[in-house]
Ligand binder design. Sequence first.
Ligand code: KIV
Ligand code: ZN
Length: 515
Amino acid sequence: MTQIKIFDTTLRDGEQSPGVNLNQLEKLEIAKQLERLGVDVMEAGFPASSQGDFNAVQQIANTVHSVTVAALARANPKDIDRAWEAIKHAKKPRIHVFIATSPIHMKYKLKKTPEEVINVAVEMVKHAKQKCTDIEWSAEDASRTELPFLAEIIEKVIDAGATVINLPDTVGYTTPKEYGEMFNYIKNNVSNIDKVDLSCHCHDDLGMALANSIAAMQNGATQIEGTINGIGERAGNAALEEIAVALKIREDFYPYSTNMVLKEIKRTSDLVSKFTGMVVPGNKAIVGRNAFAHESGIHQDGVLKHAETYEIITPELVGIQSNNLVLGKHSGRHAFEDKIEQLGFKLSENKLSEAFQAFKQLTDRKKEVTDDDLFVILTDIQTDIQNRKRYKLISFQVQYDSQNLPTATVLLLTPDGKEVKTAQTGQGSVEALYNTIEALIEEEIQLTDFTLSSIGKGKDALAEVHVSMNVDQTPVSGRGTAQDVLEAAANAYLNAINRIFITKKLEKSTIDSNA
Ligand code: KIV
Ligand code: ZN
């Protein structure tokens, strides 16, 4: 078995998904979970892009120990210095420098000749190497680059000190055969290629990211880059959970293994989905809600007679518990703590008590508390969302009848501790509610998306709302859960607004403490 390194870029390329705006605390929680998942490298962010990203990368670098922490930089000294500043205390730091190498990018985007691009690439790898021993160099748009030029520049950046060479299919254009041939060409035409790890990085514009990654691996790639749930720019990146499970299930065919702890997949996927607000489609491989559901009578009959007739992956393999202990009104603290541990959460004594209290409150309204319900409670408490909210919903009322415009009345607590109240109408109950909240806050809001789903089964399932919006022109998403759909809608709206506030506040506090 050849060992394949898994490079996770959920926090960098994944966070570039439209509308995704993770705050520092959420990024840290995802980073800790990626460590449990067993990725070899995590790209924590792009420190030169914003103060918030810098802070998040720095905090992750100082917290995560067993995984290499990479920071992205364009090929210029300022970006590289900033990346190094953020990760210099990591146990295993890596600077990731990239520059475009395709004719179209060099001519129109960089406005540089191929010789100039080689010079910049070599000089910047040397610059990074003075700070950090582990240097990944990426040829952006490699799949549309002329092969002899690609071989020439790779040889030179390896001589300059690169330890990993990444060849991205930046625009998701390539096919498995072509991409495999590119890796094969580089393996055979770059004299010093055996000194480095060769890496693939695929986007899914034509739905071929997974197949392309596997083709690269079959032609010499020893590192695969991707994201959890396949999130990322446009159609997203290769989904790491799909790669890891495909290699495991078809180990009879693929002689490759990874360090991924497969039973952590479901939890990682849930965490990423909750924090990014990017709902996993029901039919998504490995982590979709229907991935293990057998609907047709023929399939159900087959599975009951012998599971392997239709089931190639067991839900347990990826951490989905089927014979689950369900908690309820009579469950005590002991059972609750066992469950928390089983779900992979580690909370301080104080937070544990806070979580137990929230759980007990929920059991007053709900007979059975599912893992999904607990996941929501625990992630909120772990990231301290409740205590950090800028605006708090104290109470609200919506009047609806089929003859008149709905009217909402909302009482809010503002960040400076003032209670404010007003009423507004709207075409529907949610619009009335949102118009009222908007009238009470300072921020300018433009709602761009709204989705409502249920967590768990039955009439008493929790409602979950995801919203995407622009808050003071910054795109952000928010999520809210509650027993009632309108309360979930209000929570999601305020969650999005508060996330912008928390991000700004965290950025400001780090600037102040660095000043
Ligand atoms: O897709 C891409 O080319 C990238 C690089 C920055 C590695 O994400
Ligand atoms: Zn990318």
